[in-house]
Design a protein around this ligand. Structure first.
Ligand code: AHN
Ligand code: ZN
Length: 333
């Protein structure tokens, strides 16, 4: 258990449940007291998160309409259920820009579904059908394993689901695994198919929420959070729609000693699931996604290549991101 302290100063005194001082201050109700409130945050287990990433990658590429995709979707839903979530599967036939109809499935695990105070955590669970950024042009139509691009965010959220199952936070949480994020415009196409070719599952959910009128205080999207040596900058659209959430997360990272991963500066813009959550569902949502300040690569050196396999995953990175987001959630009141 990692413990973490908040200093509260005020003219009130702590209830027995919050106090660990064994009654020393009893009857002292006129005094202005300074008390330490302990927020108990369970320890995020990076090795467990790593195993959750590996479990997904072991299915092979999770490309919509494949058998591996169906099997992995069942696995994700059953894991959420095992940890005590109420699971909703949203099945939809979504048309890719290629014309292909994708049998898509968004998977939502709701913890404390009756709680009005909610936070949304999301990651895409599909993997890209084409290694269109691979250095070898003969691989440009080969599906990728998407260890970092897809499985990493889901792995971190499954580990958080395990923690929620053991110890409830003060708020309700919806963990959403969105489908068909990565079926967007192929890099070698003559014309760009447009922004709407990406994030099909999220676009569908934002127009058809799993609960009518669904709302949350804010959302956090995790994308490529398991690479070898990433730096996370405050992403442009996140900053525009959810500046306070960026602040909350980057401050927490600093406090926990992860300022080497979470650089408290503005980064570039990423077209990603959070854009549609912000613009269609109107839930202020940030994207935790790598940014390379040198501009030598996009997001991850192995992005959309066949090298995005388990060797691309560093448990320490999963652990850093997982600890930060876990602390943010358990500190909500
Ligand atoms: C684009 O490059 C258009 N979007 C980045 C979002 C993404 C792709 N995340 C994972 N794969
Ligand atoms: Zn991708």
């Amino acid at each position: 258990m990692r413990k973490y302290f908040f200093l509260l100063t005020g003219a009130f005194y702590m209830t027995a449940a919050l106090s660990c001082s064994g009654g020393k201050n009893q009857g002292n109700d006129t005094a202005v007291s300074t008390e330490v409130v302990e927020v108990n945050v369970p320890a995020f287990n990076a090795d467990s998160a790593y195993q959750y990433v590996k479990q997904q990658v072991d299915f092979g590429p999770r490309v919509p309409n494949s058998a591996a995709h169906v099997a992995c979707g069942d696995y994700l839903a059953s894991e959420l259920e095992r940890h005590g979530a109420v699971v909703t599967s949203q099945y939809a036939d979504l048309q890719a820009y290629t014309g292909t109809i994708l049998k898509a499935r968004n998977i939502i695990g709701s913890f404390q579904p009756e709680n009005k105070k909610r936070v949304l955590l999301l990651a895409h669970w599909d993997s890209r059908p084409w290694a269109d950024a691979d250095p070898d042009p003969s691989k440009h139509r080969t599906p990728i394993l998407g260890a970092n691009d897809g499985a990493s965010g889901v792995g971190v959220l499954l580990e958080m689901a395990r923690l929620f199952g053991q110890q409830q936070p003060n708020i309700g949480v919806d963990i959403m695994f969105v489908d068909a994020e990565d079926y967007g415009s192929h890099a070698q196409d003559d014309t760009y198919a447009g922004e709407e070719s990406w994030c099909l599952g999220t676009q569908y959910w934002a127009r058809n929420p799993h609960v009518p009128g669904y709302n949350a205080r804010y959302g956090i999207l995790l994308d490529m959070v398991g690479g070898q040596q990433p730096t996370f900058y405050r992403e442009y659209t996140s900053e525009r729609y959810a500046k306070g959430v960026n602040q909350k997360v980057w401050n927490m990272a600093k406090k926990l000693g992860y300022g080497n991963y979470f650089i408290d500066q503005r980064g570039g813009a990423a077209l990603d699931d959070h854009v549609f959550v912000n613009q269609i569902a109107n839930i202020p949502t940030i994207d935790i996604i790598p940014h390379d300040p040198t501009g030598r690569y996009s997001f991850d050196p192995n992005w959309h290549t066949l090298k995005d396999d388990m060797s691309n995953i560093n448990p320490a990175t999963l652990g850093a991101v997982g600890a930060v987001v876990t602390h943010v959630i358990y500190n909500e009141k």
